[in-house]
Design a protein around this ligand. Structure first.
Ligand code: DC
Length: 237
């Protein structure tokens, strides 16, 4: 019997990393991709990019859901794969520097809960998977919805306090203001919204390896994942 966790093509090596905000997914995924010589897709950036573009065009994400979905449909999103990390464009506009701004972070969760938005972005992610078939992709639904046949699936988690500290450090490193308690509150609210929404809620896929990173260093997490991928894929890595 064929294993549903395996992809059909022998050229394809898709590793999915899902998990809540601040679980370390983005950094781990980027480093793992480098280590294994794979490309890296940050799908949260796509939801953030759309949110940024909507806000910058004066669309209110909560009052004008229809306009947000229209924007997603008519302003295709693309990464510039020549840059490292790839810069993100919505239509002709480079939104990369807006992705972590507080207003974008504040509205991205409701934007990502819109069924019409998910439909467009999931399709865009699958297309990227076809064009870049050796890929580490991270988000909330990569193993459960977007790439159900991924070769290796991980779900990274960590306790709320640790996750808030990691997010605060990320912001500080980017030269932005960071209030730890406020960030912790936002993480709790966002987790709740992301995991209780109707469309593609955050879940740990049954066939994913669940890893609690609370007491692990970044390097330990990357080493562990690289080992697990090698165990599963052997010479194909
Ligand atoms: O990982 P992040 O913080 O950049 O994600 C931003 C938001 O987008 C977060 O609220 C969850 C949502 N998201 C999603 O719903 N599905 C994805 N595949 C990636 C992110």
């Amino acid at each position: 019997m064929s294993d549903p966790a395996k992809t059909d093509s022998t050229d394809q090596l898709i590793v999915t990393i899902d998990g809540p905000a601040g679980s370390g997914k983005s950094t781990v995924a980027r480093l793992l991709a480098k280590r294994l010589n794979l490309e890296f897709l940050d799908t949260g950036a796509m939801y953030r990019g759309l949110t940024a573009r909507a806000l910058d065009r004066g669309i209110h994400p909560l009052d004008e859901e229809y306009a947000v979905v229209e924007l997603a449909r008519h302003q295709p999103m693309r990464f510039d794969w020549q840059t490292d990390p790839p810069r993100l464009y919505v239509g002709d506009i480079d939104v990369t520097d807006r992705l972590r701004d507080a207003d974008v972070t504040g509205f991205v969760s409701p934007v990502s809960a819109l069924a019409g938005v998910r439909q467009v972005l999931v399709e865009a992610q699958r297309r990227i998977g076809r064009e870049h078939p050796r890929l580490v992709t991270e988000g909330r639904d990569q193993g459960s919805v977007v790439f159900p046949k991924a070769n290796v699936k991980f779900y990274l988690d960590a306790n709320t306090q640790v996750r808030a500290k990691r997010r605060a450090n990320q912001l500080k490193e980017a030269g932005k203001h960071a209030d730890l308690e406020q960030i912790r509150q936002q993480i709790v609210e966002r987790d709740h919204r992301d995991s209780t929404r109707q469309v593609a809620p955050l879940i740990c896929p049954e066939d994913a390896q669940h890893i609690d990173t609370s007491d692990m260093s970044l390097q330990e997490v990357v080493d562990l994942l690289a080992r697990r991928v090698a165990e599963r894929m052997g010479a194909r890595v």
